[in-house]
Design a protein around this ligand. Structure first.
Ligand code: SF4
Length: 222
């Protein structure tokens, strides 16, 4: 599809991402998490969730316009640009072919902006070169979401996603490059991953991998 705009703007700063601006180039998600909000009719994701993806094919052209300070009457508010969220992971398998997240990172870098990425995919490793450059000039945060760090639970509720241990290993690579990493323990699934021992396991792993922060939240049932 051809998108009319890419940057989501909010009046108040998003306290999870320290961001006024967000973007995502895909609607729908091949990761197919059982609890994903994107399954809700509210979001009007076309096709069968987990199988069909809409690609915003002109995303980079529009984003270039939206980020260009010469095309703005008011400068952008200083905050991280958030990549991800919404109803599709920015580093889901189609990103290998379209590379829209990589190209967007290049623009963010060229316009000297900071970025906060949220994903469940280890494919983000591919872009470590650009993310490192952004971090050195303006700061970058790479966050991963987890419902728990249990491989077994993840394989049931997040069938298309790399196992928790693989996500943690990817964080280690970013940490080695001096890039801040966050664990979004979201959603904690009622009666499944809200057991104290599972939450403690996640916190212990976060500490072991020197994760910089953890955010918790429950599950929304749209
Ligand atoms: S990775 Fe995120 S966007 Fe994709 S299905 Fe899972 S929860 Fe939804």
């Amino acid at each position: 599809m051809r998108a009319k705009s890419i940057l989501r703007k909010s009046r108040k700063i998003d306290s999870w991402f320290i961001s006024y601006y967000g973007m995502n180039h895909y609607r729908g998600c091949l990761h197919g998490c059982v609890y994903c909000d994107g399954r809700s009719e509210k979001y009007n994701v076309e096709g069968e969730f987990g199988k069909d993806i809409t690609v915003k094919i002109n995303a980079i052209e529009i984003l270039n316009r939206e980020l260009n300070p010469r095309r703005k009457r008011k400068p952008m508010r200083r905050s991280y640009i958030m990549l991800g969220g919404g109803v599709g992971d920015s580093y889901q398998p189609v990103e290998k072919k379209y590379q829209l997240s990589r190209k967007a990172m290049n623009l963010v870098n060229n316009y000297n902006l900071p970025v906060h990425i949220l994903t469940k995919s280890t494919l983000v490793e591919r872009d470590i070169d650009i993310i490192k450059e952004i971090n050195e000039k303006n700061r970058a945060i790479v966050s991963f979401s987890f419902s728990s760090v249990s491989k077994e639970i993840s394989s049931i509720f997040e069938p298309g996603v790399p196992a928790p241990e693989e996500r943690l290993e990817t964080m280690k690579l970013f940490k080695k490059e001096g890039i801040a990493c966050g664990m979004f323990l979201i959603p904690v699934i009622p009666y499944i991953t809200d057991k104290p021992e599972l939450i403690e396991d996640a916190v212990r792993k976060a500490k072991q991998y020197r994760v910089d922060f953890i955010l918790f939240s429950g599950m929304t049932l749209k």
